[in-house]
Ligand binder design. Sequence first.
Ligand code: AMP
Length: 413
Amino acid sequence: MPPDSARWERLIGRFARRAEGSGYGLIVQPVFEHTEVFRRVGEGTDVVQKEMYEFVDRGDRALVLRPEGTAAVMRAFVQHRPATPWKVWYVAPHFRYERAQKGRYRQHHQLGVEAIGTDDPALDVEVVAMAEGFLRDLGLRDIRLLVNSLGDTTCRPGYVDLLRAYFAEHADRLCNDSRGRYPTNPLRVLDCKRPECQEIAERAPALFEHLCDPCREHFEGVQRGLDAIGVKYEIDPRLVRGLDYYTRTTFEFTSSSLDAAQNALGGGGRYDRLSEDMGAPPAPGIGFGLGVERLLIACDAEGTFALGVRGLDVFVVDAVGGDSGFEATVVLAHDLRETGLRVDRGFGGRSVKAQIKAADRSAATYTAIVAPEEWSRGMVVVKHMESGDQHEVPRDEVGAWVRTRIDSAGARA
Ligand code: AMP
């Protein structure tokens, strides 16, 4: 709600500037998708298994409220086949059926990008740098960027076998969940948050040491690029992220000013096989999603990206009343708005005192008062609210008069 929503709008504006400055265009998508879009690509994941809002519509279609962005964007790509590389950004509500708490909601919003059509590591660097730059734009400092490579279908299966054997050796010390999970999905055990599992995971074999040559070269390219532009990152061999479709580069931004359980601001990675998983020709891609609510919580915790609401330029007050006051203020407010000024006014024939109070509340820089004697001479009383200075200004010149002063005050600031 206003006034907080002003900050929301500004945050999205900053992101749009970053994304559009790197050649990404806005994609606007439906809030619901066919269940299958997510079901097919996220079989072993919590987001798809346990957290989707699913329903059947009147036409017996199985639908879900969008739980995450990447598969939805890939669905659009596969359906419309735009020229590649196809680079898009989005801001959209996402839905997860979970226990709501601070920083974890059943509807949250994500800002993200997806870039589809090339596996060039320069694209990975561009995407990671865009997210990093945006977090810097917000003034966030207590941020860690974790990076890993998950390999591909050549090198990952061998590594997964190795990992399974390692966890089998230590199965008696894993938590119940992980003990049940490691035979089918040992990668997920790497990001189990239980201390007993973390201790074992810490000494597990690292995937980036078992990459095939093309994946190793790709990962080295990403690191070389990030080094060249001075983006600071840590390689985290346990960063596997929640969704099954990731290949090669994965990354995540965490904030030390958030609670440990909800400290991820967002992240993403490469999904070079996702298009094929959807039954379409190959189309490698990479993207990320950042949680808007979490970003704002982190900004509050770091005391940055303050609300900074700008008041209105002019508040129009009717001190004449009756039909002539009605007409005069309707025309004045309209004309001022047409000049591009931000204008509000009093309504409902309220007393001058009540209207001035409303003007104060609106934090308008100026009040334009249509007063009986001055109006009869074609003049409006323009008052600078902070200093109390008053001037009589010809009614057709109020807009230009205010504009000149606001622009020169802006230039001084
Ligand atoms: P994910 O798709 O799970 O990697 O989520 C990407 C980002 O979205 C997370 O890092 C959070 O910032 C945010 N996020 C995910 N789930 C939620 C939620 N339930 N409530 C609020 N933010 C969320």
